[in-house]
Design a protein around this ligand. Structure first.
Ligand code: URA
Length: 253
């Protein structure tokens, strides 16, 4: 333990910024005395259905929050619009991850993702699919609320990728639902949500289903509203079917 701590301190002094996932791998191995060196083996241990794995998952989630709270990689955390950072939440074992753009007013106030109007709609969609929200992992590309809820700048998205990549490493989802243009462009830069929604992207061994952001649904009216709802419904069903195909044993209830 002391060895790892002093090694991490040395790196800090040398201003070497390890990716958070690497830092956490070191900390996990040290804390739980794990001999396994490969990430794949580590992930298997973490996913196991036993109390030790549960303690490890709780440790990982605490670290996700700790690194995020200490993050000063972009100026968003200094903005008046950001009163606190908003980490992802949910089940660290879930094969399905949902990724939005960034916290809005309600999320900033409560420190939880997707709890405002758009979040309530998202929860309704999940419930209609018989998915318990707590059995998926929900996060955002940026974790600090941008001023006036503007779209995060590319440099903010890039800076915050350390946090999202940490979540991606340890949750290791099989399927991601990318909610809107920002998460779509995170995985496939230069994309249009209008053109790409409903079409699979396969990258890094993850199936990504881009769909409209729930806030976009809320802005539609009349026929457009009806069509958008059905499009999103189809996209969520495709994602759910893919999870069932890849992880038939996983229960969302
Ligand atoms: N919109 C997002 O993209 N994320 C949230 O957490 C809330 C609204």
């Amino acid at each position: 333990m002391a060895d790892i701590e002093s090694f991490l301190k040395d790196l800090k002094m040398l201003e070497i910024h390890l990716p958070y996932s690497v830092k956490l791998i070191f900390e996990l191995k040290s804390r739980f005395n794990l001999k396994q060196i490969h990430l794949k083996e580590l992930l298997e241990i973490i996913r196991a259905d036993n109390s030790e794995a549960e303690i490890m998952r709780a440790f990982i989630y605490e670290k996700i929050k700790e690194y995020l709270n200490a993050c000063t990689d972009c100026p968003l955390h200094l903005s008046d619009s950001c009163t606190q950072k908003v980490p992802g939440e949910g089940c660290l074992n879930s094969p399905l991850m949902l990724i939005g753009e960034g916290p809005g007013f309600d999320e900033d106030k409560l420190g939880r993702p997707f709890v405002g109007r758009a979040g309530q709609l998202l929860t309704t969609i999940l419930n209609k699919l018989d998915i318990n929200r707590q059995k998926v992992y929900i996060s955002n590309v940026v974790k600090c609320r941008p001023p006036m809820n503007r779209t995060p700048y590319a440099r903010e998205t890039k800076a915050c990728s350390r946090n999202l990549e940490l979540e991606l490493t340890f949750i290791a989802p099989k399927v991601i639902i990318a909610l809107g243009s920002v998460p779509l462009n995170y995985f496939k830069p230069g994309s249009s949500i209008m053109r790409e929604r409903g079409k699979w992207i396969y990258t890094r061994d993850i199936w990504i289903m881009p769909t409209f952001h729930p806030a976009y649904i809320l802005r539609q009216q009349g026929k457009a509203l009806n069509k958008t709802k059905w499009d999103v419904w189809d996209d969520f069903n495709k994602a759910l079917n893919k999870v069932r195909e890849l992880c038939p044993e996983y229960s969302f209830n």
